[in-house]
Design a protein around this ligand. Sequence first.
Ligand SMILES: O=c1ccn([C@@H]2O[C@H](COP(=O)(O)OP(=O)(O)O[C@H]3O[C@H](CO)[C@@H](O)[C@H](O)[C@H]3O)[C@@H](O)[C@H]2O)c(=O)[nH]1
Ligand SMILES: [Mn+2]
Length: 623
Amino acid sequence: MSLDYPLHKLSVYLSDDAGSSITLYALKQAFVFAKSWIPFCKKYGLETRCPEAYFSASRNNDLHHGSSTDKLTRDNEIIKVIKGDDNAMNVESDKEESESELPPLLVYVSREKRPSHPHHFKAGALNVLLRVSGIISNAPYVLVLDCDMNCNDPSSARQAMCFHLDPHLNSNSSFAFVQFPQNFHNLSKNDIYNRQIMSIFQFIASLNRKYCKLNVIANGDWDEARFLASCVYEKNTQWGEQIGFMYHSVVEDYFTGFLLHCKGWTSAYYSPSKPSFLGSAPTNLNDTLVQSTRWSSGLLQVAFSRFCPLTYGISRMSILQNMAYASLAFQPLYALPTLCFAIIPQMCLFNGISLYPKVSSPWFYVFLAVYASSLCQNILETLRSGGSLRMWWYEHRMFRIKSVTAFLFGCLDMMMKLLGLKEIEFLPTNKVVDEEQDVRYKMDIFDFQTGTTFLFPLTTLSILNMVSLVVGLRRVIIERCFDEMFGQIFLSFMILMISYPIIEAMIIRKDNGRIRTSVTLLSVSVLMIFFSFKALASVLLFNGGLTSKLHILSWVLIFVSEFLLFFYWLIGQAYRWRPVSRTVYPERLPEDTELPSIDVFRYTADPKKEPTVGVMNTVLLAM
Ligand SMILES: O=c1ccn([C@@H]2O[C@H](COP(=O)(O)OP(=O)(O)O[C@H]3O[C@H](CO)[C@@H](O)[C@H](O)[C@H]3O)[C@@H](O)[C@H]2O)c(=O)[nH]1
Ligand SMILES: [Mn+2]
């Protein structure tokens, strides 16, 4: 609300998927607060206008806390307002202030959700806001902000308008959106979970609106707005398929952007040195992996559909842009080669089978060159973007960890979906910061308080690598076959270096963030069963000939994995071109520019709550 923009041209909509009375109450308080806060910001030219960020920076929390306790005491009244459908509309207006001083229009929307109707998560919430705002303010531009993001630069909307109003950029009215990079306010110096390298950006979309502005506010006729926010409204319509934000995938930002680009819309990527918006990144392993799993499933939903970038996009956009979309869509498949590299060479080392060329052979240097050059490329990129070697190492570690967990579960989700066994869901990330976990994050200590499903692959692979390295080294010393086995020993060693925090958390650590002994025991048992089964099969089924068959199979798998990695590397090259080819810097708008109006969308959801049944309110809080 305190954007540096003509206030009567802004309308702020809050979608509350949790249908929570506290949110509604907080919104009312926010409006009251805004009446004094906005003039205060303007008078003193504050740059940080998100009250929470401002007060935490100045360590003056009194005002903030004062208002929140008052929130709590008046809670019951608000629940009545929310539940009683008839009283839901609540118009508050303060006639004493002159029009230009009034805070922007503020609207609370809690859409109707019923288990029998898919609500399509965030994209569904956005589309409801598109429709409801269409009959209230119907601005030609929309600014979309997640609940865990805040505006860091009050002039951001003006800056974005520079692109939209630029006659050169928008010469044939095909300019759709300006995207800002995701920046976070809660990262630690080294960011062990590596959220910084995130590369999915969205924020401002201007879409054709289907509605013309009705004077809902004056008439007090809310039936239309209620109907638009009801769960039956979209039945047998093109919403989510042709109109609004797209439903096909849980990464609706990626998919909607992809389709807009396919349809010939253009966009700008704008990354000013002072970040325009700041969000909250997950700061523990569990949240990071939950989020990555959702993204992996959502990306594969696109990759394995008729919208696969490599087929659908190839004729509709430039080859580089298409490669960038494709490399993201297929990224979760990294799980497969990564798993092969973490299991097969180690099993072979354990059994004394050599997979890679001898150190003395010239072919060895081909492998070495490929491996070293890809590492060097990554290191250089991290250093060039202002990172350190240590950051590269954390990034590298986190990518491997995600490959064998989140990416893997994304692949499994997708397989179950293809087999019709499961629907993919949008599990919102946790928004509550756990003090203890936060302390560990700031000290670069991993927090392994997460489900066994996520931990099991990590512990099992670490133990497998540990055992095979020890057995392998023993064999090398006894049989003197260092030359043949060097590749595999080196690989196991690297994996163990990457897994160091996992091993430490299994064996040494005693704090709450350690890995539970039960998980370690489970991994050990599964490995023991696996090894004894192999020995048994070798004797009973193959008369001891299993080793040679395994040798061939291992070779094939490693070859396929190397090939897949090369394929990813190749399509991933397009990314490296993107910042250069798409970053444009806006010029300042002339002082007398007539600015268009903007509808600001914010939306929240309660991850722990079941879909709200039957709650449907569109509350006009202020005008
Ligand atoms: O049923 C839902 C689920 C989510 N949300 C909202 O969607 C936003 C994003 O959810 P969050 O839990 O913060 O997920 P993130 O992983 O942080 O979101 C990232 O990934 C999403 C795609 O998966 C993108 O839409 C987001 O812009 C991007 O920040 C939040 O405002 C939620 O309140 C809803 O309104 N309804
Ligand atoms: Mn978020």
